[in-house]
Design a protein around this ligand. Sequence first.
Ligand code: DQA
Length: 144
Amino acid sequence: MKILVINGPNLNMLGIREPDIYGKTTYAALVALIEEYAQKTNIEVEQYQSNHEGDLVDKIQDAYGKFDGIVINPGAYTHTSVAILDALKAVAIPAVEVHISEVDKREKFRQISYVRLACVATITGHGVDGYTEAMDLLREKYEG
Ligand code: DQA
């Protein structure tokens, strides 16, 4: 199966940004970890990161007909973007929302997620392991 992993704004700063909240794993290390897990579990994976909302929408649209699942951490756009929600709904590819931190226990504004409405599951607060857990969930769903 083919999975697209999408990271939104500031996730390229992992390891540097607020390590108490997001941990010490760098974005490059996260990419390597996902790639290694994909190889081990026989998943074809593509990874994408952007700080720009429209680019994230474009990437989701481009996934139409090409991917069997999407793992998405939209960063701060989680809490604001109807455009990303609509793109996920448009392509109708099973998507899992991932957050490194436990967003539901943080500020009120982080407890709102628009993208969640288009996702089959949400994983929060499991650190970077949440990404591979999301891949497992998508595979289980794909294999039925
Ligand atoms: C985040 C949580 C968001 O509120 C925040 O804006 C991020 C990262 C997380 O992975 O915990 O950029 O999505």
